[in-house]
Design a protein around this ligand. Structure first.
Ligand code: SAH
Length: 397
């Protein structure tokens, strides 16, 4: 097996429990290798540190999969996915929609697996993972016999890593017949039901990471008027309305998102209390404020305003702006559920941004809760990047 020899000192991150190796940290690459295959990683003195898939193309060249001398093969993948399932079973996170595998946090850097009813949705984020999809599919067929498997790669990751982003049904020896039409799956999330078509729309089909936060926000919805800004499928609004909200206004710039939201509202029998509005949320929030409209619950769940560390200041201005507007729209005692899913915006930084917004808006708020991604998207303490969603539940006092 080929061997990466790290430059002197470059082993520190690995020794501290983080699995990444950057191209610039590699001193030497010994032996026969091909992109996407497993290689050993050693310190400058030749001591074995771990084993992971190597790709010379991205600057993040290797993510360690194991720190012991074990084969990275089909059995390895089955063990890791079974461990991921066991954690979620013990934590009572199994339902008909959950994340089974969250990349680094489940010991499989570069692999995401979501479960929708009987179906599994695989997302490859590295070339190495794209090369071993048959092993992943075999493990899933063993853990969930008979369930269809879809592959829904992230085009950005595929471009950086240099592989073809796949979308569609993965033929499985366990299931007769090759192609299978994409089909809607109805999942339940607490009192709500949602239509998911794996592979269509954002993520692998649904924002599973907000499951717990939707329930927490909905707990403040009864009898109140709700604003669901950046609503996408309207999942926050569906929960709030099912929890007894008087009415909901859903905002999104995407007509496709709003069309999907309408179907979800109808499926949950709450469409008659909802109004959907297409447009830029920045403008819409300003207009609602100017018109003197007020809400008892405001949800702000925008897309990541930056994916790059250098652009974090511009992102912070965007977050401050919408939070300032969102806070001003609260009636007395009203609650704001506000989020950032930008990797580079830490919980402390997000709190600082919201503190600035609260001061500028002249709206004093108490922190009811700090929020993060659902527990089926676990966070490894030594891998801060595994936490990307941060949020606050704030109440106007
Ligand atoms: N809250 C949703 C997920 C939101 S994803 C859920 O729980 O499922 C972010 C959404 O913001 C996307 O639907 C995208 O279309 C929308 N969006 C992005 N920029 C926007 C803008 N400037 N104004 C309004 N909506 C925007």
């Amino acid at each position: 097996m080929a061997k990466i020899v790290l430059k002197r000192g470059a082993e520190r991150r690995l020794r501290a429990g983080h699995p990444w190796v950057y191209r610039g940290e590699i001193g030497d690459l010994k032996g026969q290798w091909s992109a996407g295959e497993a290689v050993d990683v050693c310190d400058a003195g030749g001591r074995f540190l771990g084993r992971g898939f190597y790709n010379p193309r991205p600057s993040l060249a290797c993510r360690v999969l194991t720190r012991i001398d074990e084969p990275v093969d089909a059995a390895f993948f089955l063990r890791r996915l079974r461990a991921a399932l066991d954690y979620r079973a013990a934590a009572e996170l199994l339902s008909d929609a959950y994340r089974l595998c969250w990349s680094e946090a489940d010991g499989l850097p570069g692999l995401v697996v979501d479960r929708y009813g009987p179906a599994s949705a695989i997302q490859c984020l590295t070339l190495g993972m794209a090369c071993v999809v048959p092993w992943v599919a075999a493990a899933l067929a063993e853990l969930f016999p008979g369930g269809p498997i879809y592959r829904i790669d992230d085009p950005t990751a595929a471009r950086i890593e240099g592989f073809e982003a796949e979308r569609g049904y993965v033929p499985s020896p366990a299931l007769a017949g090759g192609e299978r039409p994409e089909e809607d799956i109805v999942i339940t999330e607490g009192p709500c039901r949602f239509l998911v078509r794996p592979g269509s729309g954002h993520k692998t089909g649904f924002y599973l990471d907000q499951r717990e936060n939707r329930a927490r926000a909905a707990a403040h919805a009864a009898g109140r008027r709700v604003l669901d800004a950046f609503c996408y499928t309207g999942a926050f609004a569906c929960h709030a309305l099912r929890a007894g909200a008087a009415g909901a206004l859903l905002l999104d710039s995407s007509p496709d998102g709003l069309a999907l939201a309408r179907r979800q509202l109808e499926l949950n029998g709450v469409a008659d209390r909802a109004e959907l509005r297409e447009g830029n949320a920045f403008d819409a929030l300003r207009r609602l404020d100017a018109a003197g409209e007020r809400f008892g619950l405001v949800v702000l769940d925008p897309p990541p305003f930056t994916r790059r560390k250098e652009a974090v200041d511009a992102a912070a201005r965007g977050y401050k702006e919408i939070n300032l507007r969102g806070l001003r729209l609260l009636e007395p005692g009203g609650v704001l559920a506000t989020f950032s899913c930008s990797h580079h915006v830490t919980p402390a930084f997000f709190e600082e941004i919201c503190r600035g917004a609260s001061g500028d808006a002249g709206v004093t708020v108490r922190v009811l809760a700090t929020l993060t991604q659902s527990r089926d998207h676990p966070v490894l303490l030594t891998v801060p990047e595994s936490r990307y969603l941060t949020g606050l539940l704030l109440q106007a006092v």
